[in-house]
Design a protein around this ligand. Structure first.
Ligand code: SAM
Length: 369
């Protein structure tokens, strides 16, 4: 029998299946160009190994995966997933280019995100770290180790493929994977006490830390403390954060979103406690001590704000508009208004660089100090 905490963590881990199935849907519908060639490897890994992870049986894992991957996603969900995926990837690439490739990305709660593989293959100087619960990183690690293309890309010795055919052998598998430029860490963020727990993190590099729908699952205090620990590099460099997550706006749409989340046992405390961009600005500035803060909602990014240019060019917008008709413009605008993208940085010394490329993007709110 699992404890209430274990059951709760299982629900949180399962949110990765939502994210993966949404990305799979936009991949199948040709939103992503070029196509994501690694998504299927991660889906296959879930199909083989979810049954061995904590809280699942062969039957329950197969039911869970069927429910996720056989249900069709609505066009507005596909559009939102595409926007989020595209703008975060473009932002990361901009950051990498700004530092001539010599920097590192740390993705908190990376789940089955495949971005690391694409970015590592095109940015040969960059390092990439991913953190998630050990149960989740084992599935990702097995997805990598069962794929010769990924093994080659990450320079992994093909001799080291473990055999996992039971809960016991799954639990025995080391949840971490360390290569020259890619590191997968099986860690609960709530147990992070020091940056030294993140093996291989180069404290001399500018670092972009991403939270794509992740820190919102922590309490505000755990959220703040994770940011504080990640800024304690003790070097003279720049630590930047890029955070994407939902916010309630304290309206009826937000309240329905909250009820849906609660119905699934997910209590996102910051969702309602910091309901809009202004209150989040105070949270990041006063509680998390970040500076050079930039904020927007995704409706603005997607071009639904009059007089404010989209982050995505017209040709690309026309291409994705032609993939699936969306009549309910007000509905998608409302949905995207409930998601924010936040950039903030922490400089350990006045000599640390800053990322001025951030202002090549069109933000709704800026705070410079
Ligand atoms: C909604 S999914 C997002 C996955 C990925 N960032 C993406 O956008 O595709 C949230 C992820 O955060 C991870 N996560 C949440 N809380 C965590 C914690 N305390 N420690 C490690 N990972 C956590 C979950 O396991 C899950 O993979």
């Amino acid at each position: 029998m699992n404890s209430p905490e274990e059951r709760h963590d299982k629900l949180i881990r399962a949110t990765d299946l939502d994210a993966l199935s949404c990305r799979n849907s936009i991949n199948e519908k040709n939103y992503l160009q070029p196509k994501d060639e690694f998504i299927n490897d991660l889906i296959n890994s879930y199909q083989t190994y979810l049954q061995y992870s904590q809280g699942y049986s062969s039957l329950s894992s197969s039911r869970t995966l069927k429910a996720q991957f056989l249900s069709k996603k609505l066009p507005i969900i596909n559009r939102g997933t595409y926007m989020r995926t595209k703008i975060i990837t473009d932002f990361i690439q901009k950051y990498i280019d700004y530092f001539g490739g010599v920097c590192q990305i740390l993705s908190l709660g990376s789940g089955s995100d495949t971005r690391a593989f694409h970015l590592l293959s095109t940015n040969p100087m960059t390092k990439y770290h991913e953190i998630d619960f050990p149960e989740s990183t084992r599935i990702k690690k097995l997805g990598i180790l069962n794929n010769p293309r990924l093994m080659k890309l990450l320079s992994i010795d093909p001799l080291d493929i473990p055999s996992v055919k039971s809960k016991e052998s799954f639990n025995d598998l080391d949840p971490n994977l360390h290569t020259n430029r890619y590191h997968l860490h099986g860690l609960d963020l709530r147990g992070l006490n020091s940056i030294t727990q993140i093996k291989g993190l180069d404290t001399n590099l500018p670092t972009l830390i991403i939270s794509e729908c992740v820190l919102c699952y922590l309490s505000p205090e755990e959220y703040r403390s994770t940011i504080e620990i990640c800024t304690n590099f003790g070097n003279e460099n720049l630590t930047s954060f890029l955070i994407y997550e939902p916010m309630s706006l304290k309206d009826s749409f937000g309240s329905t979103m909250n009820q849906n989340l609660m119905g699934r046992g997910l209590n996102l405390q910051t969702f309602d406690e910091y309901p809009d961009l202004e209150s989040r600005l105070r949270f990041f500035k006063d509680m998390c001590k970040l500076s050079n803060i930039r904020m927007t909602d995704i409706s603005n990014v997607a071009g639904y704000n009059k007089n404010s240019p989209a982050w995505i060019d017209d040709i690309e917008l026309r291409r994705i508009n032609s993939l699936e008709m969306i009549d309910e413009i007000e509905e998608i605008k409302l949905l995207l208004e409930h998601y924010c993208l936040v950039y903030g940085e922490f400089r350990n010394s006045p000599n640390a660089p800053t990322f001025s490329g951030v202002d090549d993007f069109n933000w709704l709110l800026k705070h410079d100090h």
